[in-house]
Design a protein around this ligand. Sequence first.
Ligand code: SF4
Length: 322
Amino acid sequence: MDDASFKYLFGPVPSRRLGRSLGVDTIPLKTCTYDCVYCQLGRTTNKTVVRDEYVPLEAVLDELSRALTTGPPPDYISFAGSGEPTLYSRLGELIAGIKAMTAIPVAVVTNGSLFWDPEVRKAVAEADLVMPSLDAGDEDTFQRVNRPHPDITFDKMVAGLKDLRREFGGPIWLEVFVLAGLTTERSQVEKIARIAKEIAPDRIQLNSVARPPAEGSAEAACPEELKVCAEILGGSAQVIHDYQFESSETRGPANEAAVVSLLKRRPCSVEDIVNGLGLHSNEVLKHLGHLSRDGRIERLEIGGRTCFSVVSTQTQAQNSQE
Ligand code: SF4
């Protein structure tokens, strides 16, 4: 996708859960109902439960209709990006508009915090897949891991997920994001397992820190810990891994703007960018070198991987004054 002119779309990105996923981002950075310690987008600057038309619906649909005419079709169109997608007040209309345009399945990647609101459950009703999170087994841990808006209690959030299960006809994949030394404790995982059983998702997917988190204290669980957690969570639980594309996959057009657009949403390694945008590694290295020299991206080390992230406009301005 040549996305120099796209404001609300990003990718397709290599998603560990969705394959090649074209992202739809309707929420300003970083507007969310939570402020998770592990968030790869940094700390929440607008913690809210107010749903709004943060971006014009018609403009998003216009971009999608243009994007879908270029490059190979993505495996999914997914709502994700700079904040919590269910905060978009016209989400239901937008999903309906996409369904009228294409048969590509639509996924909503959500923290699952607002399903106690019937309007939010109605908004996702036409999606093909809903992917909510459950990262804690009790109120205290919920506060420590997700740092929710004061209007959202643990019990309210869980009740909403159960209501979603009752009303939503499609598959629900529940993500459990575990943190070493906090939610890998057996007693905590057992509590999560009991609640997950009541929610009855079609899949449980276990995840942990793979990119730089908002708080340095958020530590990745090791593979052995994840395996034990999956056993406690039971039959449908799976540990999810980094998605890799086949080298023979058809590649779509992309350019430096596409690299920047991808790095704005998440820090990526060279390999992530190659896989996500379908560029040759030499071309990716050329763009990264250029962006680095301009001070627009920075290098980060995480879990032995070198990643790149976009430098904030404010930091760029400070650097240029030095
Ligand atoms: S990880 Fe998701 S839910 Fe948590 S603060 Fe970041 S955007 Fe919000």
